[in-house]
Design a protein around this ligand. Structure first.
Ligand SMILES: C[S@@+](CC[C@H](N)C(=O)[O-])C[C@H]1O[C@@H](n2cnc3c(N)ncnc32)[C@H](O)[C@@H]1O
Length: 406
């Protein structure tokens, strides 16, 4: 495809791009000069032809590129903020070999800027339309040196390995063995990993020589799901119309009849006395600190009827036991001007569940209420088997995710 590039659009885009860099710095998305320079250089609008420039250069706006027949987004130009965050997590340096999983072209161009003329960037996508589009956009923007490959990334891209950095830009449920095999000895993988109903972009480094990985950072994110061999359907446990649990562990049994009856009872309200902030950090703590956790989702109707608090609208960690459940709420703390966390508990053992939940809220607030308090490890299946099963581990087909709080 040959297009004639409109230089007047380039001119109009330049100040918007500079403003976006400033905003991304203010939002703590950009924290280093190399990433600022890359984002300030690559013409993002050439990867979003036809979209209004204000939208293209808004820091928090993803643009959907392709949907399936049900309207589910299959490919998108991710929001600039999460792209910057992941580039900072990756720490790409000049001369590195980089593999990007999930193409669009824009992020690969940023990676090419960071890896420099002596580096190599390969981007792989499962979708031939996306591959063709990425190739065209990269050429148009002057990044002919980026290699675009069509393949299911489950197998990586062996002929460019080993990679110093692997950056995954689709929501992954697991880490396929090929990615670890193709990662250099001192390599780093940045992956939006989904477990326990939430996704975090995790920067994993190798943890010793045994093949395990340990997080150097993690951040809240959301991505279109991985397709192909690694596609995964989350387990959804319906309780009643508009009310469900999202869980990982298919061996867990839920007495849905009892939970439905509990959902119809008037909830017990309890307050923890603990501060509520850093919601993504607290969410991770709650979901990974008890085997009885699950994500609870309530539809708009149930919230509008006053049966469920708004906190359950976007998904909230719940404690599920004894035929009942409890979930987190919050209220303004007049004394501090901040928020206090509390609990609504449903079911015959509401008091006990509420107390257990409040204990967790207090434990987090006193011990772990800061960014980055969790250490996330990924242990490939062979090693995990040798170590024995762990109560709080999330077991996946190729390995196990564990989270420790220190
Ligand atoms: C969020 S988009 C990628 C955005 C892109 N990195 C950019 O610069 O804007 C996610 C992409 O992952 C691709 N994808 C999903 N599953 C895949 C798989 N198994 N192998 C390779 N690509 C995959 C999708 O086709 C989609 O284009």
């Amino acid at each position: 495809m040959t297009t004639i590039r409109d230089r007047s659009v380039d001119d109009a885009a330049a100040p918007l791009r500079a403003a976006m860099v400033r905003e991304l710095r203010d939002l703590d998305g950009i924290t280093s000069e190399p990433v600022a320079a890359a984002v300030g250089t690559v013409p993002r609008h050439l990867f979003a032809i036809g979209e209004p420039l204000e939208k293209v250069y808004a820091p928090d706006t993803p643009l959907v590129i392709k949907r399936n027949d049900d309207g589910l987004a299959l490919s998108s130009l991710s929001a600039a903020h999460i792209q910057a965050v992941m580039l900072e997590q990756a720490g790409v340096e000049p001369g590195m070999r980089v593999l990007e999983v999930g193409s669009g072209g824009y992020n690969a161009a940023l990676l090419a800027e960071l890896a420099g003329a002596s580096g190599e960037v390969t981007t792989v996508d499962i979708d031939p339309d996306i591959v063709a589009r990425a190739r065209t956009c990269l050429d148009e923007a002057g990044y002919e040196r980026v290699r675009v490959v069509r393949a299911d990334a489950e197998h990586g891209v062996p002929d460019g390995a080993p990679y110093d950095r692997i950056i995954v830009t689709a929501g992954a449920f697991d880490i396929p063995p090929a990615w670890l095999d193709q990662l250099a000895g001192r390599g780093r993988i940045v992956v939006p990993l989904r477990w326990r109903g939430v996704t975090r972009s995790i920067a994993f480094d190798r943890d010793g020589d045994g093949g395990a990985l340990a997080s150097s950072s993690y951040r809240l994110c959301g991505f279109v799901p991985m397709q192909g061999i690694g596609a995964h359907r989350e387990l959804v446990v319906p309780i009643e119309d508009g009310l469900f649990l999202r869980v990982d562990d298919r061996s867990r049994h839920f007495d849905t009849g009892a939970l439905a009856a509990a959902a119809r009872t008037r909830p017990l309200e309890a307050w923890s006395g603990a501060a509520y902030d850093l919601p993504d950090e607290l969410e991770l703590f709650l979901l990974t600190s008890t085997p009885r956790a699950a994500m609870l989702h309530a539809g708009r109707e149930l919230i509008d009827q006053g049966r469920f608090d708004a906190s359950a609208g976007r998904g909230v960690p719940a404690l599920v036991r004894d035929g009942g459940f409890a979930y987190r709420i919050r209220r303004v703390n007049e004394a501090t001007g901040g928020f206090e966390s509390g609990v609504l508990a449903h079911g015959p053992q509401a008091e006990t569940i509420a107390e257990e939940y409040c204990d967790l809220l207090r434990r987090w607030a006193t011990g772990f209420r800061r960014r980055g308090a969790a250490r996330i490890r990924y242990i490939p299946a062979a090693l995990a088997a040798a170590g024995g099963a762990q109560d709080l581990a999330s077991v996946k087909p190729h390995g196990t995710v564990t989270v420790s709080w220190a």
